[in-house]
Each structure stands twice: as structure tokens, then as C-alpha cells.
Design a binder for this molecule. Structure first.
Ligand SMILES: CC(C)(COP(=O)(O)OP(=O)(O)OC[C@H]1O[C@@H](n2cnc3c(N)ncnc32)[C@H](O)[C@@H]1OP(=O)(O)O)[C@@H](O)C(=O)NCCC(=O)NCCS
Length: 148
């Protein structure tokens, strides 16, 4: 398993990977243009996992200079349970840490079983914070559930 920094060329395989999971809702932010924009700003924090040359995992982390944020952690079903998710998160967390970011956050649906994965890898669930969202560009929305 190779964990390497994500490249613009990974986009088609990433879309296929993310489309397979209900926990990774696709939104307007997943258009190629917005993907490339995010990657350009956060190149050091986004990783792809490859097994025999096939893209099987991803994590897109970002920094606003103050906090880190985690998006699109996913591992192909055939490769789950082998430590890839943990390796992807280690890579993203180490990169944020190296940049001096002291804390990171992520959004996850309350019915996603991946919550248990995050708890096993050192994340804690908050009950003191509510997430509030507002659609700013309505026609860019592609998904069926509003995420991130
Ligand atoms: C969450 C996900 C990335 C985990 O990837 P993975 O490669 O299978 O995880 P790992 O093998 O590194 O697992 C690390 C630990 O978490 C545990 N774990 C992983 N997924 C789990 C789950 N769904 N429920 C409970 N525990 C889980 C593993 O058993 C392992 O525990 P151990 O260290 O005690 O052995 C993967 O299940 C996935 O792609 N899920 C669908 C996409 C998704 O919902 N992503 C989150 C979006 S916010």
C-alpha cells in the first residue's frame, strides 16, 4: 500500500471511490474546478492510497491557517480493515501538525459507523457544538444530503 500526496490526475478515480459511499455525499465542492482549487491551496495535506497502481483510498485535509479540517476519508471496501484508513489519517494529521496546526475538526453524519473508526484513532465526539450551515451558491449543489 502506497500513501502519496494527492494529484489533480487522481480526480476521476477519486470520484468513483467517493460515489460508492453514502457517508461521502458529493456536492458542488466536488466539481473538478473546485477539487483543483482545494488541492492547490492544501496540496501538503491531501493523500491518496494506491494498491498495485489502483487508487483505493483518500483523505482531503485542509487548513485555514488556524484549524485543520478533514474531508473525504474513504477506503475501497475491498481494502478496508487493513490499516489504510489509519495510515491516511496519520499522513494528513502529521502534515497539519508539521504546519503548526494544533487542532482539527471533521463533520460526519451521526448514523455513520465510521464514528467508531475515528474514536479508535484518537478523535472525540463533541456534544457542546452544533454545526450550522447556509447554502451560498444554490445551483452548485449536486448531492441529496447537505454535507460540509
Ligand atoms: C472509515 C474507513 C475510512 C476506515 O478505513 P479502514 O482502512 O477500514 O480502517 P483501518 O483498517 O485503518 O481501521 C483502524 C481501526 O478502526 C477500526 N474500524 C474501521 N472501520 C470501522 C467501523 N466502521 N466501525 C468500527 N471500527 C472500525 C478497525 O477495526 C481498526 O481497529 P483496530 O486498530 O483496533 O484494529 C472506511 O470504513 C470507509 O471508507 N468508510 C466509508 C467512507 C466513510 O464513511 N468515511 C467517513 C466520512 S466522514
Amino acid at each position: 500500500m502506497d500513501i502519496v500526496t494527492m494529484k489533480k490526475n487522481d480526480y476521476t478515480e477519486l470520484l468513483a471511490l467517493w460515489s460508492g459511499f453514502s457517508g461521502n455525499t458529493m456536492t458542488g465542492a466536488d466539481s473538478m474546478e473546485d477539487f483543483e482549487k482545494f488541492l492547490c491551496i492544501n496540496a501538503d495535506y491531501c493523500y491518496s492510497a494506491f494498491e498495485n497502481g489502483r487508487l483505493v483510498g483518500s483523505v482531503m485535509a485542509g487548513s485555514d491557517g488556524r484549524r485543520g479540517y478533514i474531508y473525504h476519508l474513504a477506503v475501497d471496501e475491498s481494502q478496508q480493515g487493513k490499516g489504510t484508513g489509519r495510515k491516511l489519517m496519520d499522513a494528513a494529521e502529521n502534515a497539519l501538525r508539521d504546519a503548526g496546526i494544533e487542532k482539527a475538526h471533521l463533520f460526519i453524519y451521526t448514523d455513520n459507523t465510521a464514528i467508531e473508526f475515528y474514536e479508535k484513532t484518537g478523535w472525540h465526539r463533541r456534544s457542546d457544538i452544533a454545526v450550522m450551515s447556509k447554502v451560498l451558491i444554490g445551483d452548485k449543489y449536486m448531492g441529496t444530503r447537505l454535507e460540509e
